[in-house]
Design a protein. Structure first.
Length: 138
């Protein structure tokens, strides 16, 4: 594997974790929003990742990247709360809150942040190794 592929692989991991962090931020920021109907309520969103494996036998080159396949909305039901005096209440007195679990989102945030940091460390280490290799020729 070419040492330059390391930058592509770590970069794709950083892009994936950055998207994950953005979705966590969106989920947490909308956790306390309210709607008057179940169809209009915010739904928790999660990224779908897949590893893309490249194996070129003719070049003896292998590597993998992280691909973002899409973003899915949670199919968990919205939280229905009886609040007849709320201005957003429906005709039966219910409001609907998002199905966002803030504890789970905080755990996702910590995991994505740590994964991002690990990819940065991989980039820094690869850069240092390449620089040390170039200095050997002097």
């Amino acid at each position: 594997m070419s040492s330059l592929n390391i930058f592509d692989i770590a970069g794709s991991g950083m892009n994936a974790q950055s998207l994950r962090l953005n979705l966590v931020a969106s989920n947490i920021s909308n956790a306390n929003s309210v709607s008057s109907s179940e169809g209009d309520v915010y739904k928790s969103r999660q990224p779908v990742f897949a590893a893309e494996l490249k194996n070129r036998l003719d070049k003896q080159d292998a590597g993998s990247k992280v691909n973002v396949k899409g973003i899915v909305e949670s199919d968990a039901p919205a939280i229905m709360e009886y609040a007849p005096n709320h201005p957003m209440a429906d005709k039966n007195g219910y409001i609907f809150k998002p199905n966002v679990n803030t504890v789970e989102e905080m755990a996702n945030m910590m995991s994505a942040s740590r994964s991002y940091q690990n990819n940065v460390e991989v980039l820094n280490t690869a850069k240092q190794l390449i620089l040390q290799t170039l200095k050997m020729g002097q």
